[in-house]
Design a binder for this molecule. Structure first.
Ligand code: ZN
Length: 244
């Protein structure tokens, strides 16, 4: 089964946690939307599962890659106004599976930040775009995050060691998935495109060899026009579900 039609976004959201597999995921998928949320006064935080140590395209020493990519993600976050960027430790780029350990670590982050909305990678594979959105790490983080939202974070008897640390149960009512099949909730990011571009340029180890602006404009304009927005608009697309 693919994704169901999106529900309308909840009106009273104040805190958003973005959980992604790699540095740059949130920026390719959602930086224009995040910039809008920050401008509207929402409190947005990032949780990045790996430091992208398998990324890059040149002879940069491999041991430098996680250090560079963490710094790049922090700069990209600053470009859209996000101040809180946390990384999990112990997860290598390219090796993720939705283990109980990963569910526990994401559950801990949810209980700590107590978001009204979580944005994450889609756990569903796109057969029409296998490369990029359907990287196995993305699918694994989407699945682990979904399991952390339901049932783990809200269940007082899941991972009792977390409650013992003072991390009380928390129910996330709404999830936004990026990169999945047939996303149908469009966010017009024409006005925040420059900030998305700045965020993606901050990921120099991943994007400095790409002619980024025309590629992004073409892709985001196609998303806007497929979703029925007027010519000249740029959009990011998501699937939104409620969890109750
Ligand atoms: Zn990625």
């Amino acid at each position: 089964m693919g994704c169901p039609p999106s529900v309308p976004p909840l009106p009273d959201v104040r805190r958003v946690l973005c959980v992604c597999a790699h540095p740059d995921d949130v920026d390719f998928g959602a930086a224009g939307t995040v910039a809008r949320w920050v401008a509207a006064g929402l409190d947005v935080a990032y949780l990045i599962v790996t430091r992208g140590d398998a990324g890059g395209f040149d002879a940069t020493p491999r041991e430098m890659m996680p250090i560079l990519r963490e710094a790049e993600q922090r700069a990209a976050a600053a470009a859209v106004g996000v101040k809180q960027v946390d990384f999990l430790d112990g997860y290598a780029d390219g090796t993720l599976t939705p283990t109980l350990g990963l569910r526990r670590d994401i559950t801990a982050a949810i209980r700590r930040f107590r978001p009204d909305r979580v944005l994450t990678n889609s756990p569903l594979r796109r057969w029409d775009r296998l490369a990029g959105p359907s990287h196995p790490d993305h699918l694994a983080v989407g699945e682990a995050t979904t399991c952390a939202i339901y049932p783990d974070a809200r269940n007082p008897f899941a991972f009792p060691e977390l409650a013992a640390q003072g991390l009380e149960p928390w129910t996330v009512p709404e999830v936004w998935y990026m990169g999945g099949p047939a996303p149908d909730h469009l966010v017009d990011i024409t006005d925040t495109f420059d900030r998305k571009l700045a965020a993606l340029r901050a990921h120099a180890t991943q994007t400095s060899h790409i002619d980024l602006e025309p590629m992004l404009r073409e892709r985001l304009a196609a998303t806007a026009s497929e979703g029925g927005l007027p010519a000249g608009r740029l959009a990011e697309a998501f699937t939104i579900i409620r969890t109750a």
